[in-house]
Design a binder for this molecule. Sequence first.
Ligand code: PMP
Length: 418
Amino acid sequence: MMQRAELGKRTGALHSRHLRDVRPDFPALNQQVHGKPLTYLDSAATSLKPRAVIDAVASVYAADCGNIHRAVHTLSERATERYEGARARIARGIGAARPEEVVFTRGATEGINLVAASFLPSIAKPGDEVLLTSWEHHANIVPWQQAAARLGLHLRVARLPIDRAPVAEDVLSHVTDKTCFVAFTELSNVFGVGLPAQEILQALNARGVASLVDGCQGVVHRSVDVSALGADFYVFSGHKLYGPTGIGVLYGRYERLAAMAPYQTGGDMIETVSFEASTFAPPPSRFEAGTPHIAGAIGLAAAFDYLEAHAAEHTLSEALTRDFEDALAAEEGLALLGPRPAHTGIFPFVCPWGHALDIATFLDLEGVAVRVGHHCAQPLMAELGVTSTLRVSLGIYSAPSDLSRFLTALRSVRQRLA
Ligand code: PMP
């Protein structure tokens, strides 16, 4: 078992300046839960928000509270400028070739549904295959399952190893002449382990197979350049990237978006409307029917600014990540799951001495927030032979003290339950 003094030693010097700079920016950290200081270890579910993001959202409602695109008055113009400015900011942040390749959605889930509804029917013919992997989140399974049923397609699954990091061939060996689309996660939300996305995409592009990357966790842990990556579509949610909930991005290669039918229809996505027929605006407006989450988009752009300003800390401290992984691996009565080491801030585990739900509930009473459940990955849970796991996940504000508090709390829960 790793000694507490040792934990601090490796991470302390490297990390303390960063934490002094970053932690005060996250007001939610400054609270007690059940009378104990909050130890937030659920950032993969949703990250805490820096003051800069909270202020950006509040400033939209406080000052620039107009609807976009539809009026000439000043508040509307300001809101439009900030909303479109947010699009351009995010396009730059993810390496899109142009702002019009960024479609604002409610989140990754909506982005995937949009592609399944608007793109897949344009390339698939009955009998074709859609390929997924066994590591997918339900958001990257169910929309394809539904679309496959509607279009007469076969859903194929590339079973990825659970004891080593996947290689490109683990996915590519399942591509056949009938494969018309491949959707896969860049980084598993269960294991915190990545797929070699660029290598997979190069091979798919060479074979002319269209693709979507679920970047929900990847965008948090890797710097993303969608143009270099080479996917046709890349989706993520703002709330895991220190931005607001209810806003996300669908990146699509412009020529793909331009050839796609609308997803939802209504205001702000049309060119002309008569009772006989309507024509549609070019992307991205074509895919943003109705009043969007204006403040959310602006808040997400503020998150990109915040992360850029703290570029050195954008990625998690490697030393801290290693310390968590080493300490959890060494902890008696705790079994880490999946390929290890993963070197990201996501750690799934089970404890044979107690039920995961009970453990998480007692940890909460100690002020420690961890995830418990199937992590929206029931097929992967079935493969692991469990119905649920516990999961600890880190954010850029995570500190060595979170690790020591977690271990202390877990040991005391164990004493109570075992
Ligand atoms: N994919 C992955 C890998 C995720 O981790 C999540 C969120 N847990 C999603 C998709 C869905 O994201 P959202 O619920 O924000 O749409």
